[in-house]
Write a protein that binds this ligand. Structure first.
Ligand code: SF4
Length: 255
């Protein structure tokens, strides 16, 4: 969920009285992308705040949470109204967008305006995620690691079970799902990558992406240093070739 964003200012102001009073802390908007919702032309709304502290995170400015204002979502709503028929989908990203109680109402509005709704999440708030299921068309679920590895990579204890519940919820829901793991070689070796992928296959995950972490602007400065004895790209690609037949899709991308 960590990515570069740019804030698009909007001059649209409107009376909010007839609409839901939605407060969301908007951290940025990418007005058009083909990368964030597979096969769709989408915009991405970034919401401020994340409870995790991944060492490779390159959006540290997005981590602290804050209360949103009515005006922030009103500006996004105005933007969406201007893009009806031009964009297929709205993706909510972060940070961790499921932190925010008004997310379901915002998704409902996006659906009402005719957009498909996508979500980028690490799945650490399964109860909130459950309330979003009626509005979701596609989810990119960040899988930081398996069990203790999830908590080590995410930099926060006690959240793995929440994530596992979210994965189960999404698999049961039938909503289109891509699991994705960001790999920084401080966190992984090839064997750990392989075991994580096999776990996901066992759970029934069909679409999986491995994303190589960027080494610039990492939250933890140690993650900006070269990693000794890191596996070569070729070795990772060989592993992917071996795992590929067990997924419907398995891709390697640069984060
Ligand atoms: S989940 Fe990790 S990478 Fe994503 S915003 Fe939070 S700390 Fe950064």
């Amino acid at each position: 969920m960590s990515t570069n964003v740019r804030r698009e200012p909007s001059s649209r102001h409107r009376d909010n009285s007839s609409l839901d009073a939605i407060r969301l802390p908007v951290a940025g908007l990418v007005p058009m992308t083909t990368l964030d919702y597979p096969g769709h032309l989408a915009c991405v709304v970034f919401l401020q705040g994340c409870p995790l502290r991944c060492g490779y995170c390159h959006n540290p400015q997005m981590l602290s949470s804050r209360q949103g204002t009515l005006q922030e979502w009103a500006e996004i709503r105005g933007f969406l109204e201007s893009r009806k028929g031009l964009l297929d989908a709205v993706v909510f990203s972060g940070g961790e967008p499921t932190m925010h109680a008004d997310l379901a109402a915002a998704m409902r509005e996006a659906k009402t305006l005719g957009f498909k709704v996508g979500l980028h999440t690490a799945g650490v708030y399964p109860k909130r995620l459950e309330t979003l299921l009626p509005w979701l068309d596609w989810v990119g679920l960040d899988v930081k690691g398996h069990a203790n590895n999830f908590e080590r990579v995410a930099g926060r204890p006690g959240l793995w079970k929440n994530h596992a519940q979210s994965l189960a919820l999404l698999l049961d829901s039938g909503i289109a799902l891509e699991c994705r793991t960001t790999i920084h070689w401080r966190d992984f070796d090839l064997e750990t990558v392989k075991r994580l992928a096999l776990n996901l296959i066992e759970c029934g995950v069909e679409h999986y992406a491995l994303q190589i972490a960027r080494q610039d602007q990492c939250l933890n400065p140690k993650y900006q240093q070269p990693v000794m004895n890191r596996p070569t790209r070729q070795a990772l690609e060989r592993l992917i070739v071996r795992l590929e037949p067990q997924f419907s899709s398995l891709v390697l991308r640069d984060a």
